[in-house]
Design a protein around this ligand. Structure first.
Ligand code: NAD
Ligand code: TYD
Length: 368
């Protein structure tokens, strides 16, 4: 049986990847620190699965990683583990350096040393796949061509700078030590089980609670949205068939201005759960912009499509509808993640923007 060491496999995207990998019969050793974003509830369906081995721990713990490699001898390491929220990186940049840069460096070094001890035949098929983001390429203006794999890196937030640094380390380990690496850079994901500090779940859940829907700046910033299941299917394709040392862009060809996304969610909720208190769009509240807010991201995925035959299966309209339904139908999951730590984050992030979305505080800010 194939075995993969998946890091960050209790988070939004990692857990989706783990569920897909188990459906394909791959044994998964899942190393996750269980930060605020990690949630074993995402993996509830694997509770009695002997081929999903969950280990709570840090990718920066060299001894633990070495032990897991020696014990399970995986065919691949797939590194999802990261601090992933731009707004948090603005308030606490060092946390992003610790996990995304130092943690990845330790993981790479331990994997490199372990591989060097294997017999040559055993090491040949091994791959280290690093999950990255479109944000490393910087920001596009309207009408600029989409990012390709050769677009120079130009990160503009502590989050994207830390991801760019980790990507550079991964490539450096290929050049310096011959580590068989692959990289993927993906656009914004959406779908079930996304922690509700990110735009789409935040808007769905705030709307259901009749709280303000905070839109940064004018709401004209553009993101390219991809369903999380399509992202994970692309990662699997790259692992199977990607050329060692290469990176592959992944995106949804679904560029939308934020305000359009928010209005679409409101319209879906008007249809699925009419409130009787007026349209949900009445809750839209323009708030102080994110500092250094990247205007637009867009991915050119031609390389992945032509080399590996990948195509997304979800279109944004139906994928967003399914996602809204998922949050409506999984209220237990929602209540479990809305802990004290979540409520504290909402208060910290939105108080200074002129709109506070938590029940603990009164809503302020200009209505749309
Ligand atoms: P997430 O924040 O939901 O999950 C991150 C997971 O990593 C959590 O389970 C957390 O507990 C774990 N983790 C954090 N620090 C760790 C450490 N030091 N050691 C072990 N585990 C640790 O993030 P996500 O949205 O699932 O993103 C996963 C990966 O995909 C990240 O590398 C992110 O940069 C990348 N990515 C995300 C998006 C997106 O839209 N969410 C888009 C492109 C790329
Ligand atoms: P987010 O989900 O944080 O992802 P990223 O910053 O990695 O793209 O934000 C998506 C977009 O939505 C981004 O342009 C910022 C914007 N946004 C808001 O307008 N309001 C919010 O409350 C949040 C969290 C994000």
């Amino acid at each position: 049986m194939n075995c993969q060491l998946v890091t960050g496999g209790a988070g939004f995207i990692g857990s989706c990847y783990v569920l897909q990998a188990r459906r394909r019969g791959i044994r998964v050793v899942n190393l996750d620190k269980l930060t605020y974003a990690g949630n074993l509830g995402n993996l509830a369906s694997l509770r009695n699965d002997p081929d999903h081995v969950f280990v709570q721990g840090d990718i920066g713990n060299a001894e633990l990683v070495r032990h897991l490699l020696d014990t399970w001898r995986p065919d691949a390491v797939v590194n999802f583990a990261a601090e992933s929220h731009v707004d948090r990186s603005i308030l606490d940049p060092e946390a992003f350096v610790r996990t995304n840069v130092l943690g990845t460096a330790t993981l790479l070094r331990v994997v490199k040393d372990w591989l060097a001890r294997l017999a040559p035949g055993q090491a040949q098929a091994f791959r280290f796949l690093h999950i990255s983001t479109d944000e490393v390429f910087g920001a596009l203006a309207p009408g600029d061509p989409a990012f390709t794999e050769t677009t120079p890196y130009s990160p503009r937030s502590p989050y994207s700078a830390s991801k760019a640094a980790s990507d550079h380390l991964v490539r450096a380990f290929r050049e310096t030590y011959g580590l068989p690496v692959l990289l993927t850079n993906c656009s914004n994901n959406y779908g079930p089980r996304q922690f509700p500090e990110k735009l789409i779940p935040l808007v769905i859940l705030n709307a259901l609670d009749r709280k303000p829907l905070p839109v940064y700046g004018q709401g004209m910033n553009v993101r390219d949205w991809l369903h999380v299941e399509d992202h994970c299917a692309a990662v699997a394709r790259v692992l199977e068939g990607g050329r060692v040392g290469e990176s592959y862009n992944i995106g949804g060809r679904a560029e939308r201005a934020n305000i359009e996304v928010v209005r679409t969610i409101c319209a879906l909720l008007d249809e699925l759960v009419p409130s009787g208190q007026g349209p949900y769009a009445d809750l839209i509240t323009y708030v102080t912009d994110r500092p250094g807010h990247d205007f637009r991201y867009a991915m050119n995925c031609t390389k992945l499509e032509t080399e590996l035959g990948w195509r997304p299966r979800h279109d944004f309209a139906s994928g967003l509808r399914d996602t809204v339904r998922w949050y409506l139908e999984n209220r237990d999951w929602v209540e479990n993640v809305r802990t004290g730590a979540y409520r504290q984050w909402i208060a910290v992030n939105y108080a200074s923007r002129g709109a506070v979305c938590d029940a603990a505080s009164d809503a302020q800010g200009g209505k749309a």
